[in-house]
Design a protein around this ligand. Structure first.
Ligand code: UD1
Ligand code: UDP
Length: 376
C-alpha cells in the first residue's frame, strides 16, 4: 500500500524515546506517509527534552500534551485522558509507540480501544522482574499491539514463547543504533571532553536512574561506596538524572566521582565513545556501549537486553558493592570482545516503515490481534 495514503501518529514522551522515534519518522516520511508527532511531556526539563530535538534535528512536535510528572497512575492517566480526544481528532491509520515508559503504555491502551493499528517498537524485551515498572509497561503494551517490532532475536523468541504468532512478530533491528550511527561523527566533533578536562580512555562514565537504585538511600549508599573505590583508580563522571539529583545531594558523593548536569545526546555519545568503561543502569546505554564496543558494567540484577551480555560488551554486576568493584576490576583487566548483534546496522527504521506501509489503510487493514481466543 503506498505510504502517501497513510497517516501515522508517532509518540514520544521522555529522554529514551526521542532517539527511537526519529529514524522511524524519517523512514515513514521518506516513503510518503504523513507523520504526526505527539509529545506527551513526561520529560520536560530543557536537558531532558529540547536538547534532544536540537541535537537530533527532530522537528517540533505537532501536539504537546504537557502531562509532566506524577505517580504512575497519575502520569499514565493524564496521558490517556489527553491522548484520547487527540486521537479522535487526528484519526490516523496507525500509531507507533516506542520503548517501555508510562507514556508508551498509556498511548497503547488508548489506541487499542480507539481503533487505529498499533505498532510497538522494541517489543518483546523482558527482564522478568515485575518490580520494574517498565516490565509491566512492556508486557501490557505488547499484548494490545498489532505490530510487534523486535530489536533482537531473543525479543522475538520471547514473544513467540508467549504465544504471539509469526505474522505479528517482526525482527527489524535496533532503532537506537540507527540514531547512534547517524550521529556518531557529529558526536565525535563535540568539545565535551575538553569542557570537563577529560582524556580519551582516561575516565569512567556513570548513569543511575532506576527506582530500585536511586530511590532507596540504603541501596544508593552501597552503590556510591563501590563508585568511590573505583574512582580511586579511574576518575568517574556522572551526568545526574533528575530522579537521582535530590538523593545524591543529600547523601554526598565520594572523591573522584564528579556530578554534572544531564548531558545532551551528542555530548553523551562522545562521552561513551571515549570512556574507558561505562557503569550504568540504563537500558539504552547497555545497547549503545555494545554498538560502540566500549566495556559496560550494568548495576542491576537482570537485564531485558541479554544480547548485550551474550554478544556485546555488557557485564551484569548486580548491586552489591563488592561484586561491582570485582566486575569492574575484571573488565578493566580483560575487556570483553565486542560483536555487534544482527540487524543493529543503522537500517531498523527502514525495515519498520516497510512493515507498516505494507499493512494496509484504514479501510483495508490487517488486524492480527482480531483472532479467535486461543489462537495466540
Ligand atoms: C522514566 C521512565 C524510565 C526511563 C526514564 C528515562 C517510566 C515508568 N519510567 O523514568 O523507564 O528509563 O524515564 O530517563 O515511565 N523529573 C524532572 N524533570 C524532567 C523529568 C523528570 O525533574 O524533565 C523528575 C521529577 O521529579 C519526576 C522524576 O524525575 O517525578 C521521575 O520522572 P518520571 O518520568 O516519572 O520517571 P523517570 O525516573 O524519569
Ligand atoms: N543519554 C543522554 N544524556 C545523559 C544520559 C543518557 O543523552 O546524560 C542518552 C543515552 O545516550 C541514550 C538514552 O539517553 O540514548 C538513554 O536514556 P535513559 O538512560 O534515560 O533511559 P533508558 O534507556 O534506561 O530507558
Amino acid at each position: 500500500m503506498p505510504g502517501s495514503q497513510l497517516r501515522i501518529v508517532c509518540v514520544a514522551g521522555a529522554r529514551p524515546n526521542y532517539m527511537k522515534v526519529k529514524p522511524v519518522m524519517d523512514a515513514l516520511e521518506a516513503r510518503g506517509a504523513e507523520v504526526v508527532l505527539v509529545h506527551t511531556g513526561q520529560h520536560y526539563d530543557e536537558s531532558m527534552n529540547e536538547v534532544f530535538f536540537r541535537d537530533l534535528g527532530i522537528r517540533p512536535p505537532d501536539h504537546f500534551l504537557g502531562v509532566g510528572s506524577g505517580s504512575h497512575a497519575e502520569q499514565t492517566g493524564r496521558v490517556m485522558a489527553a491522548f484520547e480526544p487527540l486521537l479522535g481528532q487526528v484519526s490516523p491509520d496507525a500509531v507507533v509507540v516506542v520503548g517501555d515508559i508510562n507514556s508508551t503504555l498509556a498511548c497503547a491502551l488508548v489506541t487499542a480501544k480507539a481503533g487505529p493499528l498499533l505498532a510497538h517498537v522494541e517489543a518483546g524485551l523482558r527482564s522478568r522482574d515485575w518490580a520494574m515498572p517498565e516490565e509491566v509497561n512492556r508486557v501490557a503494551t505488547d499484548r494490545v499491539s498489532d505490530y510487534l517490532l523486535a530489536s533482537s532475536p531473543d525479543a522475538a523468541e520471547n514473544l513467540r514463547a508467549e504465544g504471539y504468532r509469526d505474522d505479528q512478530v517482526h525482527l527489524v533491528g535496533n532503532v537506537m543504533i540507527d540514531t547512534l550511527f547517524a550521529n556518531l561523527e557529529r558526536a565525535r566533533g563535540s568539545d565535551v571532553l575538553d569542557r570537563y578536562g577529560l582524556a580519551r580512555g582516561g575516565y569512567g562514565l556513570v548513569t543511575l536512574h532506576r527506582p530500585a537504585n536511586v530511590d532507596d538511600p540504603g541501596v544508593l549508599t552501597g552503590l556510591l561506596k563501590a563508585l568511590g573505590e573505583i574512582a580511586g583508580h579511574c576518575p568517574l563522571l556522572l551526568p545526574v538524572h533528575p530522579r537521582a539529583a535530590g538523593r545524591l545531594a543529600e547523601l554526598g558523593v565520594p572523591g573522584g566521582l564528579r556530578l554534572v548536569p544531564p548531558a545532551g545526546y551528542l555530548d553523551f555519545i562522545a562521552l561513551q565513545d571515549a570512556a574507558r568503561i561505562v557503569l550504568t543502569d540504563s537500558g539504552g546505554v547497555q545497547e549503545e556501549t555494545t554498538a560502540l564496543g566500549v566495556p559496560c558494567v550494568t548495576l542491576r540484577d537482570n537485564t531485558e537486553r541479554p544480547i548485550t551480555v551474550e554478544q556485546g560488551t555488557n557485564v551484569l554486576a548486580g548491586r552489591a558493592p563488592e561484586r561491582i568493584v570485582a566486575a569492574v576490576t575484571r573488565v578493566l583487566a580483560d575487556p570483553p570482545e565486542p560483536r555487534r548483534p544482527p540487524l543493529w546496522d543503522g537500517h531498523a527504521g527502514d525495515r519498520i516503515a516497510e512493515v507498516l506501509l505494507s499493512g494496509g489503510t484504514a479501510g483495508d487493514r490487517r488486524r492480527p490481534t482480531d483472532l479467535p481466543p486461543g489462537s495466540r
